[in-house]
Design a protein around this ligand. Structure first.
Ligand SMILES: NC(=O)c1ccc[n+]([C@@H]2O[C@H](COP(=O)([O-])OP(=O)(O)OC[C@H]3O[C@@H](n4cnc5c(N)ncnc54)[C@H](O)[C@@H]3O)[C@@H](O)[C@H]2O)c1
Ligand SMILES: [Zn+2]
Length: 348
């Protein structure tokens, strides 16, 4: 078992181990003694994993309730959140009970936000079941819902009491979501760990399935280190945004329909490396992302994407902060005016 401690103000552990789902009750019991645990999950994950988690919790003496909603980003809404609050009221949940987010990033984000706000805050535990949730969204304490006006516009920082990560759950995750999560996994190699990047270049999507229990702890440790240094996202955490400035522009250009987040980030990382790295660095990254069926480029004209970069929420005033990973395995935060940033792309 890998135990990764997150030393933020309300410190907690991330436990990563194949089969840990069966030990949910024992692990929670070591930390807190809620009377009731409320599992919040979606309709894909529920039939696969709710019974295992429920049985373990009941064996440890907890009362278990469950709230399930339809899968997908459209459920990360105020409407679902209100239904969760109503359910918690109907079940007479108190602040000494506990919420359990069982699912991907959508479940994790909305459950975390419910835990941050219901009764002015109650404990919650993350059990991430998608690759993206295991390496990214369950670490760092950012919680949110979407508004019709945009993604993640309402949220809170709320650290979980514990994260239980079971790489075996990825066996049921469809390949397209594995590919999507690989965009972030490659990002970790690029920003902080050349050895990880090399390892990823040596596998493909089929082969890496045998290595998730080694790869996930490496990614989680990297995110932990960054988050511990910058819990409230005012400085170093920015390096996690490598590939995201252009990635977000790609998502927006195609109205969030053509490219998933991980695919857009992969193309964003490649475009940045093409213009800010060496030709060898670019070729190697392109080779790596393509091994996982991720795109290294998109058909949208670069000037159109650059125009959309001005709308990135990481922008401060008229300046844009962006990340360069040259050489791979290291990240540099740069600040430029929008026009200077766009000028870099006239180089080739
Ligand atoms: N809080 C953060 O720091 C942070 C960071 C990155 C992304 N996010 C958020 O995460 C969300 C995306 O997360 P996601 O990609 O996990 O999306 P998701 O939760 O929609 O999961 C993807 C799909 O996989 C299914 N699924 C999950 N686990 C499964 C399993 N083990 N077997 C079979 N199917 C399974 C889900 O039902 C869903 O259909 C976005 O809303 C994004 O904003 C948050
Ligand atoms: Zn991302």
């Amino acid at each position: 078992m890998h135990k990764i401690h997150v030393p933020v103000e309300n410190a907690y552990d991330i436990l990563i181990s194949r089969g840990i789902l069966k030990h949910t009750g024992e692990q929670i019991q070591k930390l807190i003694s809620p009377e009731t645990c409320v599992i919040i999950t979606d309709d894909n994950v529920d039939p696969l994993y709710s019974d295992i988690v429920t049985a373990s919790l009941e064996t440890s003496g907890f009362t278990v309730k469950k709230f399930m909603f339809p899968h997908g980003e459209s459920s990360k809404s105020a409407e679902t959140l209100l239904k969760i609050y109503s359910f918690l009221c109907a079940e007479e949940i108190t602040r000494s009970d506990c919420l359990i987010a069982l699912g991907g990033g959508v479940v994790g984000d909305i459950t975390g936000f419910a835990a941050a706000t219901f009764l002015r805050g109650m404990p919650y535990i993350q059990i991430p079941t998608s690759l993206l949730a295991q390496v990214d969204s369950s670490v760092g304490g950012k919680t949110a819902i979407d508004l019709p006006e945009g993604k993640n516009l309402v949220g809170a920082f709320k650290q979980p009491r514990l994260v239980l990560c079971d790489p075996d759950t990825l066996q049921t995750l469809p390949d397209r979501f594995l590919t999507d999560g690989m965009g972030e996994v490659i990002k970790y190699g690029m920003i902080a760990d050349y050895g990880l990047f090399e390892t990823l270049c040596g596998y493909d999507l089929e082969q890496i399935k045998q290595h998730f229990d080694e790869i996930i702890p490496i990614c989680v440790s990297i995110k932990r280190d960054v988050v511990a240094e910058d819990e409230l996202d005012t400085g170093k955490r920015m390096i996690l945004n490598f590939g995201h400035t252009i990635g977000h522009a790609i998502e927006a250009y195609y109205h969030y329909e053509t490219y998933t987040h991980g695919c857009a980030v992969a193309a964003g990382m490649c475009i940045m490396t093409k213009y800010f790295g060496t030709p060898e660095e670019y070729q190697k990254l392109k080779f790596c992302v393509e091994r996982y069926h991720l795109p290294s480029e998109v058909s949208a004209p670069l000037p159109d994407l650059l125009a959309l970069c001005g709308h990135d929420k990481k922008r401060t005033g008229s300046e844009l902060r962006y990340i360069i990973c040259s050489p791979p395995g290291s990240a540099e935060i740069r600040t430029d005016s929008l026009s200077a940033f766009r000028k870099h792309f006239e180089r080739i």
